[in-house]
Design a protein around this ligand. Structure first.
Ligand SMILES: NC(=O)c1ccc[n+]([C@@H]2O[C@H](COP(=O)([O-])OP(=O)(O)OC[C@H]3O[C@@H](n4cnc5c(N)ncnc54)[C@H](OP(=O)(O)O)[C@@H]3O)[C@@H](O)[C@H]2O)c1
Length: 312
């Protein structure tokens, strides 16, 4: 079977990543089964009419349904992007977090083994402690919160499976979130400053933020190149959230004096955050030809779409 005829099942299709990845996979010629919680909220009806895609509701908390639907759809490849991604929610609701992030992944693995599907599992920089920064794929994990622990447990299940598996870890994803209900740092800054609100933004955390279109492209490359193992897919610029916020404010010509830099210790959030993450992406560049967009360009690419839609 040629790569272009592969059937790809995506979980989390209503999310920030899913809403970019699903259209990209269709445009690249794959047959796509997009799955998400409840009805389709993000896919363009015109895209669905193209015939190379169907949307199927799938609750990750329903293991029986996961098995039933994966077996009946018999995909060649699964991209498991769905997850409970709210870090503080995970800390306060560990059972739901575990069931969504770990138990569901194990059901997906079991079903994938039955239909001999490959699996790309989407994971996070939060599997690391944040002490070292600029992590490589082979660095030792050491999560500092429940969300990170759940994603690491799921990674271990994926790695222990008999599947043709790969793991795409990523960092602080931003982009056109009009398509999903989640805000991201750039849309949050834009919306708060537009209302004239002052915001405090952390300036002692380090990240390599990831443009969602780059992440979707990297995952496509992983599928097309039949990659296996772990890949770090992030942006190439090393920034603090404060620096990102200033860049967003400047892009929208909003008042940067409303943004105050603070240390993470200022906030009393339920879940601790790793201080310094960020990825070394040499392996993805070398083996996949991954080439992420510079932050300054990505911000304008992302918001040009929003500008035309929201008239901002
Ligand atoms: N965003 C980031 O900064 C970031 C950073 C590192 C790693 N990641 C990883 O990247 C992947 C994609 O995340 P994202 O940025 O697209 O986050 P997102 O926008 O929160 O998307 C996650 C999706 O999972 C879905 N989901 C949650 N519980 C579900 C359930 N019980 N049944 C079915 N679907 C369920 C959510 O559904 P609803 O839309 O209905 O809530 C949402 O659409 C995740 O695996 C995440 O861990 C993200």
């Amino acid at each position: 079977m040629s790569d272009q005829k592969k059937k790809i099942l995506v979980t989390g299709a209503n999310g920030l990543l899913g809403s970019s990845l699903v259209p990209l996979l269709v445009w690249r010629g794959f047959d796509v089964v997009a799955t998400g919680r409840g009805e389709n909220r993000v896919l363009d009806p015109q895209l669905i009419r193209s015939g190379n895609i169907q949307y199927v509701p799938l609750d990750l908390l329903d293991g029986v349904d996961i098995e039933k639907k994966i077996i009946s759809m018999a995909p060649d490849q699964i991209v498991h992007a769905g997850a409970q991604t709210q870090v503080d929610f995970c800390e306060q609701n560990p059972v739901e977090c575990w069931n969504t992030n770990v138990t569901a992944t194990r059901f997906i693995i079991s079903a994938a083994e039955k239909v001999n599907a490959g699996l790309v599992y989407v994971s996070t920089d939060f599997v690391f402690s944040g002490e070292k920064g600029m992590y490589r794929e082979e660095d030792d994990p050491g999560p500092v919160n429940y969300y990170g622990s759940s994603k690491l447990a799921a990674e271990k299940s994926v790695m222990g499976s008999c599947l043709n598996w790969s793991i795409a870890r990523t960092v602080l994803v931003y982009g056109n979130s009009k398509l999903s209900h989640r805000t991201n740092i750039l849309t949050w800054v834009r919306d708060e400053l537009t209302r004239g609100k002052s915001i405090k933004v952390v300036n002692d955390q380090v990240r390599t933020p990831t443009f969602v279109n780059d992440l979707a492209e990297g995952i496509c490359l992983m599928i097309e190149k039949n990659a296996s193992g772990i890949f770090h897919l992030s942006g190439k610029d090393v920034l603090t959230p404060y620096e990102m916020a200033i860049a967003a404010a400047e892009y929208f010509s909003l008042d940067t004096s409303l943004i105050t830099p603070v240390d993470a210790s200022t906030f009393s959030q339920p879940a601790k955050r790793p201080l310094k993450t960020g990825f070394n992406i040499d392996k993805a560049k070398r083996e996949l030809g991954y080439s992420p967009t510079a932050f300054s360009l990505a911000i304008s690419k992302a918001f040009n779409v929003l500008r035309s839609t929201f008239n901002v």
